[in-house]
Design a protein around this ligand. Structure first.
Ligand SMILES: CCCCCCCC/C=C\CCCCCCCC(=O)N[C@@H](Cc1ccccc1)C(=O)O
Ligand code: ZN
Ligand code: ZN
Length: 522
């Protein structure tokens, strides 16, 4: 073959390759465009087909408004602080017990309600259903709060419950006395209106959630296990209604936590011979440990976006984003790696992408002229659904890569199982319906809860645990969580009461309506 003949041949082959590539790209984009336009993961249950249950409605009058706000403020003023792993405010917890009995007289005197104290300060309520064959469910909230100090810059003292411009300020207003008081206030109103549930339910109020729930939630679980209780679902604090928090998302979104990340506390320590600061070794224990910590910060855990429930979150929200995010999120089969790089740029969304690494303690040194023998740091890891404590520990050891740094696991638990969110998932669909009835403009999506809750202790009692409360989080509110100026609007607190009032009644249906598709097939 002549030189020009072989050039022509190469040219022809290149042409075929380039046009096949172009056709493939075009095809992929056509599929992606069709998916963007047609993907409707929100296709839900036929609201019209829901079983009728003579639901009572709650229209809050002036007197009730004054009463419910006074109750809520009194709850905030009791400083039920969990200070450390061993120090809780037992005086405040006892006062809170007395307060609950006074604020909710009907709950505590109704023949339908059985109340008991568990672990001295936690509360367990059983509200008897008229149809014992219906499997009960459980609502959780916690009494304790994290410490707060006015000198950190609060606009109002953190235990004052001061009302400023329609907001009640105070520690516990969003974590978690809003849920606790909302649930009990709703039950008080339901009982006053003569409501008797068909489906029985439990209410559990832990007193030490902020320090792991070892005496509160864990003892409640022990009591329920002894009684052979199985639960249809559990609902606890966790995710909320985000409005203006997710960049690019149009409108509010109610994220319902189907699972929560695992957690590990890892201790790093370096031990060397102490000495005189005038004759230092080339590296001190502090320097060696600092290098290890820097390596961990410089080498984040691998991106795992799409291997846990977070992929579903964005598929559900896709239609509320504008182009090009709408296109990217509707086609995670193609763009998952791209989206994970976008999400990892902000701490709030990075937490959805990977196991996060936070160095939370660094202790070393005894005197200005002494080479310290010991340097210690603690790392708090929040483990992505697709990883385990063991895998994370191995990666830490590899990344540190220095035998002089001792790596020890202080405590750890794997990510929690993922609860159902399909048409048959009773708890999820009830929460979704209750949200949409009250807030029709909200988009409901399943998600992963990046923090831990008392509900993780309930995995032997049910496969269906949901972490959600109908608190509205707007820009700036995430920082109030465990931070300064924690607050809730009086309007939102009232909405929370109405939400629980409706949710309890919605749970009275025997079973969910038939899914959309099977209705059509009939
Ligand atoms: C794409 C971005 C979406 C952004 C939306 C994010 C909305 C986030 C809303 C709420 C934040 C999640 C909080 C979850 C509740 C956490 C409660 C908590 O702080 N728990 C402690 C429990 C604990 C565990 C171990 C030792 C002591 C306490 C925690 O997780 O640290
Ligand atoms: Zn909480
Ligand atoms: Zn908290």
């Amino acid at each position: 073959m002549t030189e020009s003949g072989s050039k022509l041949r190469i040219f022809k082959i290149l042409k075929i390759i380039i046009s096949s590539l172009l056709i493939t790209v075009l095809l992929l984009f056509t599929i992606a465009a069709i998916r963007t336009l047609s993907l409707d993961v929100n296709a839900g249950l036929q609201l019209a087909h829901w079983e009728k249950t003579n639901n009572k409605s709650l229209v809050i009058d002036h007197h009730q408004r004054e009463e419910l706000l006074a109750n809520f403020k009194e709850a905030i003023r009791i400083p039920t602080v969990s200070f450390s792993n061993t120090e809780i405010n037992t005086t405040a917890l006892l006062e809170f017990d007395r307060f609950l009995r006074k604020a909710f007289p009907t709950v505590f005197s109704s023949s339908l309600v059985h109340h008991e104290l568990v672990g001295n300060y936690s509360h367990l309520f059983w509200v008897k259903g008229s149809q014992p064959e219906l499997v009960p469910y459980m609502l959780l909230a916690h009494i304790d709060v994290v410490p707060a100090s006015e000198s950190d810059g609060w606009e109002a003292p953190p235990f004052s419950a001061k009302e400023i411009d329609g907001f009640i300020y105070g520690r516990g207003t969003i974590d978690d006395k809003n849920s606790l008081m909302g649930i009990l206030q709703a039950l008080e109103y339901l009982l006053l209106k003569g409501y008797a549930p068909r489906r029985g339910f439990y209410i559990g109020l832990g007193h030490d959630e902020e320090i792991n729930g070892l005496n509160g939630a864990m003892n409640i679980v022990r009591v329920l296990k002894q009684r052979g209780v199985q639960l249809l679902f559990v609902m606890d604090e966790g995710l909320t209604i985000s409005d203006g928090i997710i960049p690019g998302l149009e409108g509010p979104a109610a994220l319902i936590g189907l699972s929560e990340k695992g957690q590990a506390a890892v201790k790093l320590s370096v031990s060397v011979a102490p000495g005189h600061a005038s004759m230092p070794p080339r590296e001190t224990s502090i320097g060696i440990l600092a290098t290890a910590v820097k390596r961990l910060e410089d080498n984040p855990m691998p991106r795992l976006f799409g291997y846990g429930p977070e992929g579903d979150t964005f598929e559900h929200l896709a239609h509320k984003f504008s182009f090009p995010l709408k296109f990217i999120m509707s086609n995670l089969w193609l763009f998952s790696p791209l989206l994970s790089r976008i999400l990892e740029r902000k701490p709030v969304s990075n937490a959805f992408v990977r196991t996060t690494t936070a160095v939370t303690f660094f202790n070393a040194g005894v005197k200005i002229n002494v080479i310290p023998s010991l340097a210690e740091a603690y790392v708090n890891l929040r483990i992505h659904s697709a990883q385990s404590v063991e895998e994370v520990l191995d990666i830490i050891k590899d990344t540190v890569g220095d035998q002089r740094v001792k790596v020890e696991l202080v405590y750890g638990f794997d990510p929690l199982p993922i609860s159902g969110a399909d048409e048959k998932a009773f708890g999820f669909q009830i929460i979704k319906k209750t949200v949409l009835d009250l807030f029709p403009t909200v988009t409901v999506a399943p998600a992963i809860c990046v923090g831990n809750t008392d509900s993780r202790h309930f995995i032997d009692l049910t496969k269906n645990i949901y972490r959600f409360s109908p608190a509205w989080f707007k820009p700036g509110d995430l920082e109030r969580f465990h931070g300064i100026n924690e607050r809730i609007s009086t309007k939102n607190y009232e909405e929370m009461i109405v939400f629980y009032f409706n949710l309890i009644q919605n749970c009275d249906i025997r079973k969910l309506p038939e899914p959309h598709s099977s209705v059509h097939e009939l």
